[in-house]
Design a protein around this ligand. Structure first.
Ligand SMILES: [Zn+2]
Length: 273
């Protein structure tokens, strides 16, 4: 997210800036969507939006439109919950004269779809004209989503029990610092967390972002990369996309975790025919 926002600010060429604005919309959509899904799983596990999400993973893959629905579902549930992510409901809801973050992101997505269907700006002038419409909407989306800064995302590297008070020292790398490299720090938690796992660090209990967001080794980059789950491939397992480069990584172990997004697996009606 921070990286996408920086790219928009530093782009000189209007055509480049146009693409970065679309990418920013996608990054913000994914961020909010994954946060929403991990919250719903913990606090509203039978919400129908999780079933829809699961079906999308199983069929053609999760689109931005799917994520927008998950975010709206989380907003509705959080509005009635005391365990909501701070600032989430206010940021997502539209208010008089100003769209909420999902409404703003839908406008950016509509532009992205126009571009994907052949209506890309063809020259700098055309791009500049589109950007003058798109940039203010992106600005609204980013501003309305500023609550995300209060719920930092972290990759857990190591956990150890504190013998004196039976709490846990958790060594994490923050995934939202302004510098693209993670900053390492130690936090105290009331419960143990899993190593090599991304969490949203919120009280009272951090939200596990697996299987939506994982750290996996990328053969092309020859190093671990931050990846998001895209869809399930029948043969190869969960198809993951790296955030930085869009590289594809497969993981068979994650299939079970994606299926666990719905609490009870529906009975398999396919009877070996
Ligand atoms: Zn890679």
């Amino acid at each position: 997210m921070a990286r996408a926002a920086r790219a928009v600010q530093t782009a000189q060429d209007p055509l480049e800036q146009y693409q970065y604005l679309l990418d920013l919309g996608e990054a913000l959509t994914l961020t909010l969507g994954m946060l929403s899904a991990s919250w719903l799983r913990q606090f509203a596990p039978v919400d129908p939006s999780l079933e829809t999400l699961h079906r999308a993973y199983r069929l053609r893959g999760v689109s931005q439109g799917h994520w927008h629905e998950v975010v709206k579902a989380a907003e509705k549930k959080m509005a009635k919950s005391e365990a909501g992510v701070p600032g989430f409901v206010d940021g997502v809801r539209s208010r008089k004269g100003e769209p909420g973050v999902v409404e703003a992101l839908k406008e950016i997505l509509a532009e992205r779809n126009r571009a994907a269907h052949g209506a890309r700006p063809h020259n700098r002038g055309e791009a500049a004209a589109r950007n003058s419409d798109l940039a203010p909407i992106a600005e609204i989306a980013v501003t309305r989503a500023d609550f995300l800064a209060d719920s930092p995302w972290a990759l857990v590297e190591g956990v150890s029990l504190r013998r004196n008070d039976k709490r846990w020292n958790v060594r994490v790398r923050r995934a939202m610092g302004d510098h693209p490299d993670f900053d390492a720090l130690t936090q105290v938690a009331d419960q143990p967390l899993a190593n090599d796992t991304f969490y949203v660090m919120v009280a009272p209990e951090p939200l596990d972002l697996t299987p939506m967001l994982v750290m996996r080794y990328c053969d092309q980059c020859r190093q671990p990369e931050v990846c998001h789950a895209d869809r399930i491939d029948e043969k190869a397992g969960v198809s993951l996309k790296s955030f930085a480069r869009g590289h594809q990584v497969f993981d068979t172990d994650l299939v079970q975790e994606v299926d666990a997004l719905v609490p009870t697996k529906p009975a398999d009606k396919r009877t070996g025919s």
